[in-house]
Design a protein around this ligand. Structure first.
Ligand SMILES: [Zn+2]
Length: 316
């Protein structure tokens, strides 16, 4: 008998990934579709079209139907009811996304936001810890808290927005949330760009390219570390902000593991700089357990989407 499989959709900022995974976390196949900054309704239409295409042409015709469909989405998602509450603050068209997908594809369907989905992949296929924080540093900064084996959702499906806590770095960098100097404003991909633009006038000789359109690349900043004073400062600020955040979260939730992921961290450059800024007393219970994710950064989103389906079926 063929192993049970789970269908997953990972909707990111620039691409949409559809694929299928076994219960052991093996991705059997996947296909990428272009996406972009779409309104919610259009994004849901794109998910439907991509799934139709994948089911018709992306999997063997004799394969048994998948056991369930899981989706990882940006924004605020009520994973209990499967409603997509908003794609970003202020753009709130509430959609019964799980119901739409269930009726269209005749599969049980489970949704969650992208970071909580990745935390579920860590829970199932990473270190398996029942008390863990998965901290994602990419365009933004957010975390999935696994507490006694359960993902913390909160009263408004908004738990884990830890990027919007103060970084301890006095930059006077404004944040979309209204507070200055949030961790996200200093240490995320968008925050590094923001801080580079704030500081560049003080560093007229910098070698860092500041594009008129698009974002300053975190990779370019890290590559100039130690050679270019602006890039060195931006990197040190980001490492300190993330170290401060990790220490706060460790004190707050007392996890067994802190797993780090996301595009700003997975190349490993910032990681040792963060570790050296951690107070050994503050992280004493968890000092050997603050690690970069072992899951493939290119697949963790899709694995997370499929993990929504695995855990969703189990708790139904
Ligand atoms: Zn903020």
């Amino acid at each position: 008998m063929m192993e049970k499989t789970y269908l997953g959709v990972d909707l990111g900022g620039t691409k949409l990934l559809v694929g299928e995974m076994t219960e052991k976390g093996e991705i059997l196949s996947s296909r990428q579709y272009p996406s972009g900054p779409l309104p919610q309704k259009e994004a849901l239409d794109l998910i439907c079209q991509s799934l139709e295409d994948y089911l018709k042409t992306g999997r063997p015709h004799d394969a048994p139907p998948p056991a369930a469909l899981g989706v990882g989405l940006v924004g605020r998602i009520d994973s209990e009811t499967g409603r997509w509450l908003e794609i970003e603050p202020g753009r709130d068209v509430e959609l019964n996304a799980a119901e739409v997908l269930r009726e269209k594809f005749h599969l049980p369907c489970f949704l969650d936001n992208d970071v909580r989905s990745a935390a579920k992949a860590e829970l199932l296929f990473g270190n398996n810890s029942q008390n863990m924080i998965y901290l994602n540093v990419g365009t933004g900064v957010a975390a999935g808290f696994v507490v006694h084996g359960k993902l913390l959702r909160g009263g408004h499906s908004n738990a884990g927005e830890v990027g919007h806590t103060t970084s301890g770095i006095a930059m006077r960098a404004p944040c979309v949330c209204g507070r200055p100097d949030c961790v996200e404003s200093v240490a995320s991909g968008s925050g590094l760009d923001k801080c580079a633009r704030i500081l560049v006038s003080q560093y007229p000789g910098t070698k860092l390219k500041i594009p008129e359109e698009g974002r300053v690349s975190a990779k370019d900043i890290f590559a100039l570390y130690g050679q270019d004073p602006l890039c060195t400062l931006l990197t040190d600020h980001a490492a300190q902000a993330l170290a401060n955040l990790i220490m706060n979260l460790v004190r707050f939730a007392d996890p067994e593991w802190v797993v780090l992921g996301g595009g700003v961290l997975t190349d490993g450059f910032l990681y040792p700089k963060i570790l050296e800024r951690l107070s050994s007393h503050t992280v004493r219970f968890v000092k050997d357990n603050i690690v970069l994710t072992h899951l493939d950064p290119a697949k963790i989103g899709l694995m997370g989407a499929c993990s929504n389906a695995i855990l969703g079926l189990k708790t139904q």
